[in-house]
Design a protein around this ligand. Structure first.
Ligand SMILES: [Zn+2]
Length: 169
């Protein structure tokens, strides 16, 4: 049995971006790993904080804001929220699930000790150029966008590559 003294994860430097969260032991598919904690704020406040952080562009590159419902968002940029260090991947092994007003990170598949935990940040296609992805997975589309937008992004990128090719010839 896993005791709380042996948490499922550890935070350390990541090859994807800054700090990452890594499995400290084998994790089975469907495990509830960690709560994504934060401060509940209104949409207007979330918008203000998001823009301020994007504008700072200090290399942090993360906005940490989660959508809770139509009225409120969750700002995960608090000290006691290790889940905020989980990186995005185009081939993620975890997912964020909203459960009774709380966000939980669940494993989507079996994860081996030492693997980095990732989930789909779910960004819209808009402004994708601002969010390059370095997840390193074979299926990486190069930018952080929601799974449902990746096919469209690949088409967009292929079209712009074709145009660039024509200009060169
Ligand atoms: Zn990627």
């Amino acid at each position: 049995m896993d005791s709380p003294a042996h948490p499922a994860f550890v935070v350390r430097a990541s090859a994807i971006h800054g700090s990452g969260v890594f499995a400290a032991r084998d994790i089975a598919a469907g495990e509830k790993i960690v709560e994504y904690r934060g401060e509940k704020i209104t949409k207007a406040e979330a918008e203000r904080r998001g823009l301020a952080r994007e504008a700072r562009r200090d290399g942090a590159g993360r906005v940490y804001i989660f959508e809770l419902n139509q009225r409120y968002d969750l700002d995960g940029d608090i000290p006691d929220n290790p889940a905020k260090y989980i990186n995005h991947s185009c081939e993620e092994n975890c997912e964020a699930v909203l459960e009774r007003g709380k966000v939980w990170i669940y494993s989507k598949r079996d994860i081996c000790a030492g693997e980095e935990l990732t989930y789909d940040y779910g960004y819209a296609l808009e402004h994708f150029l601002d969010h390059p992805c370095r997840c390193g997975s074979p299926r990486c589309v190069g930018y952080i966008v929601h799974q449902t937008a990746r096919t469209k992004l690949k088409q967009l990128l292929a079209r712009s590559r074709k145009r660039a090719g024509r200009r060169e010839s």
